[in-house]
Design a protein around this ligand. Sequence first.
Ligand code: HEC
Length: 141
Amino acid sequence: MIAAAFAPAHAGPSAAPSPYSMACQSCHKPDGSGVRGVFPRISSRLGAAAQTAEGRKWLIATVLFGQSGAIVVDGKPIRSAMPAFARLSDSPVAETLNWLLAGAGKPFNAAEVAAMRAQPGMSAAKVGQMRAGLAKAGTIK
Ligand code: HEC
């Protein structure tokens, strides 16, 4: 039953896997386009991050630990926080990121998520600091 609940919905190219529809789309919208100045667009802008080791850790960490701190997305500041989704197990987290990244970079897997989950001292604020480093380096726009 649990496996069925997390099975990806292959209804069409824009159909989100069910962890995304249950946990993410209320804020980021079903297609990941977000709400400008409120919830960041997460579709079609995180591919570069998915191709670096630090960026991959950050992407996984946003889901597991949330993120806080001021950011700028699509030219608009966002001063908000994303809640942590540590309750999602490793495979659904990997599956959600793979759907979101749509083939940019190598696929995420459960082991990569488990390794990030085991990192000590993580918090939404720490994830915000990871992001600041990546934004400074131009990996996140
Ligand atoms: C309650 C609203 C909410 C939900 C639900 C939510 N997010 Fe977020 N998310 C945010 C906000 C707000 C930010 C920006 C936080 C900040 O200002 O640093 C964010 C940031 C992100 C980022 C980083 C974007 C960037 O450029 O920094 C990613 C990736 C992300 N969310 C993915 C997800 C995924 C995947 C899920 C589902 C597991 C999810 N979010 C659920 C509100 C939400």
